[in-house]
Design a protein around this ligand. Structure first.
Ligand code: NAP
Length: 248
């Protein structure tokens, strides 16, 4: 099925690597103008340059999404430049793992700010003109651990579960304005975030993943692009696990 995008403009956070890069590239291939946001100018710059070199339309912007003031400045600058942003993918995320008794307040706060509070800021700032224009798509990249929990990731699980509640609240708030808001919950995907897993952990995972492989970033990009398309206009407030069948 060919998805319809009508030359929309999208902002993808965490687009410098991994899942965000794959989402940015897939949307750009479909004719969407993509604003690639990441923490370092190098990573989002390289992705945007790659998209342009392949004939697509992209802009790179380095923003620390954990810094609410920086997100406000960046969003205002982008809205002044583009007029409106039709598609928002809140994908930037980090982990700072540790068992609760060893988890510092900084590790708690950083994970909350980067994964969850960033969604609040971007959705509030980009969502206002989107709702005024009465068309929009918001996709929040959460995680299966936001549904099932994981020892050693209390901060990350809380942030990802928070994203799910946030998704449903925004879906209800924005529905009357024809703006959908959904969440995608990846399982274990091969990116820098999971690169430090020891090989035996990978083998163990195969035992609990019915499809017997770790996911690719493109598996998440495919679901996300669909939710951003015209065709997904009757879907909102949902959480889609893309995890090889691990959580059923
Ligand atoms: P990744 O390879 O580590 O890439 C993370 C991206 O987020 C990078 O582009 C990074 O920017 C950006 N980022 C991190 N902190 C940022 C900040 N403060 N400001 C701006 N950008 C920031 O991660 P990934 O595996 O692709 O994960 C993407 C999303 O999927 C995350 O939300 C993650 O929690 C979620 N997820 C991943 C998995 C998995 O198995 N990989 C599973 C479930 C959920 P730089 O490039 O500048 O460093």
């Amino acid at each position: 099925m060919n998805l319809t995008f009508n030359n929309r403009v999208a902002l993808v956070t965490g687009a410098g690597r991994g899942i965000g890069k794959s989402i940015a590239e897939l949307l750009a291939k479909s004719g969407v103008t993509v604003i690639c946001v990441s923490k370092s100018a190098e990573s989002c710059g390289a992705v945007a340059s790659g998209i342009v070199a392949a004939g697509g339309k992209a802009k790179a912007l380095a923003v620390d999404v954990a810094d609410g003031a920086a997100v406000k400045v960046a969003s205002e600058q982008l809205l002044a430049e583009f007029g409106n942003i039709d598609i928002l993918v809140n994908n930037a995320g980090i982990t700072k793992d540790g068992l609760l008794f060893r988890m510092s307040e900084d590790d708690w706060n950083n994970v909350m700010a980067t994964n969850l509070t960033s969604c609040f800021h971007f959705t509030k700032l980009i969502g206002r003109p989107m709702t005024q224009k009465r068309w929009g798509r918001i996709v929040n990249i959460t995680s299966v651990v936001g549904l099932m929990g994981n020892a050693g990731q209390a901060n990350y699980c809380a942030a990802k579960a928070g994203m799910i509640g946030f998704t449903k609240a925004i879906a209800k708030e924005f529905a009357a304005r024809n703006v959908t808001c959904n969440a995608v919950a990846p399982g274990f995907i091969k990116t820098d975030m999971t690169a430090s897993l020891p090989p035996e952990a990978g083998e163990k995972l195969h035992g609990v993943i019915p499809l017997k492989r770790l996911g690719e970033a493109s598996d998440i990009a495919n679901m996300t692009a669909y939710l951003c398309s015209e065709e997904a206009g009757y879907i909102t407030g949902q959480v889609f696990t893309v995890d090889g069948g691990m959580v059923m």
